[in-house]
Design a protein around this ligand. Structure first.
Ligand code: XIL
Length: 375
């Protein structure tokens, strides 16, 4: 009797295991990134998947793109990440895959594979790509920084890079951060960098013109941090983009990065006023890199996450009130993959999803806001 029971038990376990195995195998097949691994978290996503209340669906009637910065490695290997991204977001900003160093690691040798994978993913899931970034003082390849170039050489390098990159992604990348972080820390003058030293401040104007020539349909942005509210830096940015508009430089908007913290919530009125004055110049605005540090030192976890939710909600609320605010993007998808953890060594929890890819109070506050705001 015992033997029969043991045999039946073993047979049942074998049957269950083989069903599970074939489910994993077949459900993995038709994905664009077949290297994806199955993680146990897939199961926990099912409730989200059945929901029609995803961020991207709720944001659509508001004409708002909800985006996230994406790490190529994750997209290639993590199936839960893929699903969550496609389900919740309508925009992708490549976190690193379109930076100068990634695209032209050696002079005249362009590596588009990773970025192409991102644009393919975006096309397959009806998402937009916000290209990031053509001209920055960081993420430059050694061949560029370790040689002394004269002005004509540097101009030719930048021109060729922009034309090649924007040309390559023409029709696949809908908008670009053309110039990133060109104003210095004090916010009163141009940042001293390779481009400024070699070309003077005209590199900014040139970059926009070349990008526009390479793809006349792409929307072109100036992107920076600490220029979201009303202060010296946002005034300098405002004056700069005003001058560019007066000179008929093809610039369409300003990216407000919005890296923030529960210890120092933004002044929402100042944010609205800044967006308004840019709108008056005929410029759109995007929240391009939002994250909200919880710092961990203070209060209970529940309290920290509630404060964080309030900040996310209030910023999106300002964005929803101005039709010129066309996108709301977070700098990453889930807490454990945030640049603050991976690069800045901070044990923080700044994003909308936790390390198990579960929605946090911040996520729910955005869903609730999008649902309750008339479109
Ligand atoms: C960061 C990435 O998140 C990191 O992975 C990388 O090592 C350095 O750059 N402002 C920007 C982004 O415009 O490009 C930065 O991204 C974060 C700050």
């Amino acid at each position: 009797m015992k033997r029969i029971a043991l045999f039946l038990g073993l047979a049942l376990i074998t049957l269950i295991l083989s069903i599970l195995f074939s489910f994993c195998f077949f459900s993995n097949k038709n994905d664009i990134t077949s290297r994806a691994s199955i993680s146990p978290n897939n199961i926990s996503l099912s409730t989200l998947q059945q929901s029609t209340q995803t961020l991207r669906r709720l944001a659509q009637p508001h004409n708002l793109i909800v985006g996230a910065a994406v790490l190529t490695d994750r997209l290639q290997t993590d199936r839960t990440y893929q699903r969550l991204l496609a389900q919740e977001f309508s925009g992708i900003t490549p976190e690193n895959a379109m930076k100068f160093k990634a695209l032209q690691p050696e002079r005249n040798r362009y590596t588009f594979e990773d970025a192409d994978m991102l644009t393919a993913f975006a096309q397959n899931h009806r998402m937009q790509i916000h290209g990031h970034t053509l001209v920055w003082y960081r993420s430059l390849p050694d061949w560029l920084t370790e040689t002394q170039w004269n002005s004509a050489q540097l101009e030719s390098i930048l021109r060729q890079h922009i034309k090649t990159v924007v040309g390559h992604f023409r029709g696949k990348v809908q908008s670009w951060d053309v110039v990133n972080e060109a104003i210095d820390e004090e916010g009163r003058s141009f940042r001293d960098n390779l481009w400024l030293r070699g070309l003077g401040s005209r590199y900014i104007e040139l970059a926009f013109r070349w990008a526009h020539e390479a793809d006349p349909d792409a929307r072109l942005f100036y992107n920076d941090y600490n220029g979201e509210l009303l202060n010296a830096k946002s005034n300098t940015i405002y004056q700069m983009v005003k001058r560019l508009k007066q000179k008929n430089v093809p610039i369409h908007g300003v990216g407000l990065q919005m890296h923030t913290s529960i210890n120092n919530p933004p002044d929402y009125r100042a944010l609205a006023a800044n967006i308004q004055r840019l709108a008056d110049l005929g410029l759109a605005v995007r929240i391009t890199e939002m994250d909200v540090r919880t710092e961990r030192r203070f209060s209970s976890k529940a309290d920290r996450l509630a404060r964080q939710a309030q900040i996310y909600r209030s910023v999106m609320s300002v964005c929803l009130q101005d039709e010129n605010c066309e996108a709301f993007s977070t700098w990453g998808v889930a807490d454990h993959l945030s640049w603050l953890r991976l690069m800045m060594d901070r044990n923080d929890e700044p994003l909308l999803f936790d390390k198990q890819y579960q929605p946090k109070p911040a996520y729910r506050s955005l869903v609730e806001l999008l649902r309750s705001t008339p479109s």
